[in-house]
Design a protein around this ligand. Structure first.
Ligand code: NAD
Ligand code: MG
Length: 307
């Protein structure tokens, strides 16, 4: 887990606990723009993926995971955490993200784990249909699939939201999950896990994210239904629903530019989350510790209400 030492409170014979309001700074990112997909390397301020803080305790020893979108943001934090928990890790990402991916694969390999990269576009049928088999071959098996890649482009008016964007957003965010999960079942032993990244947008859709929010609601339904279908086989399917997390998705048209300085200020904790704060949720859902947790959506959103 993370490396924060408790401090003695001044004058009081009591240990100070880590305050989640202050655990990470309340950032006010300057207006900035990157072409899609954005790079973590160019984010201002840089995000925290647990590079310096995440400490594993062997909870995924010997496991083999494929994480889509594992180059940056939430997926990168999950890749680091999985490796430090003892898993071998394959990450999938777009070819334009080689710089971010290389950095994360180095961190995985520094743990003495296998770290393998699969650049490609989930909109490319050939890549989509071969990714899981190739990852399983490279890792010598597969028992965790994290469906985390996502596309989010904010559009103010429905009149300006074209069918091409809607279809691409559904393909990357939801339809690819069907194909990748189906392929993973060929390799999965009993006890394997699928974890899908959904969003608070599934319940609280922004008016500028109609297509994106709809995909996230669909992911919740897919997660619950597939969890029931696969339960008798001992394969668990769950989801994580992040709130506002500081990642490159937000600066590559994921938000209207004017919204960036106040990004995440409207949640009860008063600040955006950092990718590192998501990693423990994925570790929990991947590990056997959560053996009785199926079809769950674990909300990691700074306190927003969910159904
Ligand atoms: P991110 O940009 O770091 O990660 C998204 C990744 O998706 C990219 O790194 C990219 O590799 C991948 N991707 C996008 N289009 C792709 C394509 N066509 N083919 C292959 N890969 C593609 O941002 P993130 O915020 O860490 O996003 C990870 C997940 O978290 C997404 O599913 C996103 O919807 C979800 N999420 C993010 C937030 C947030 O506030 N950042 C909130 C809720 C949910
Ligand atoms: Mg990326």
């Amino acid at each position: 887990m993370t490396d924060r030492k408790p401090k003695l409170m001044n004058g009081k014979n009591q240990l100070a606990v880590d305050n989640p309001v202050k655990r990470h700074p309340r950032i006010s990112p300057p207006k900035q723009d990157q072409p899609e997909p954005g790079l973590d390397a160019l984010l201002e301020p840089l995000a925290d993926h647990g590079e310096k803080t995440y400490k594993g305790t062997g909870r995924l020893k010997g496991r083999k995971a494929l994480i889509t979108g594992g180059d940056s943001g939430i997926g990168a934090a999950v890749a680091i955490a999985f490796a430090r928990e003892g898993a071998d890790v394959a990450i999938a990402y777009l070819p334009a993200e080689e710089q971010d991916a290389g950095r994360i694969l180095s961190l995985v390999q520094e743990e003495g784990r296998l770290g393998v990269g699969f650049p490609g576009d989930l909109l490319d049928e050939n890549y989509l249909n071969t990714l899981v088999d190739e990852a399983a071959q490279a890792l010598g098996g597969l028992d965790i699939l994290v469906n985390n890649a996502g596309k989010q482009i904010a559009v103010e008016r429905l009149e300006d939201l074209d069918d091409e964007q809607i279809m691409k957003t559904f393909q990357v965010n939801v339809l690819a999950m069907f194909t990748l999960s189906r392929a993973a079942l060929k390799h999965f032993p009993d006890g394997a896990s699928i974890i899908n990244t959904t969003s608070v947008q599934a319940y609280d859709p922004s008016p500028t994210l109609l297509d994106y929010a709809s995909t996230k609601a669909a992911i919740n339904a897919l997660t619950k239904g597939l969890a029931v279908q696969l339960a008798p086989r001992g394969i668990r399917v769950n989801a994580v629903a992040p709130g506002p997390i500081w990642t490159p998705l937000q600066v590559s048209d994921g938000q209207p530019k004017d919204a960036l300085p106040k990004f995440g200020h409207n949640v009860p904790l008063g600040r955006a989350g950092q990718p590192v704060e998501l990693a423990p949720a994925y570790v929990f859902l991947a590990s056997a510790e959560s053996s009785y947790v199926l079809g769950e959506t674990l909300n990691v959103n700074g306190g927003k209400h969910t159904p």
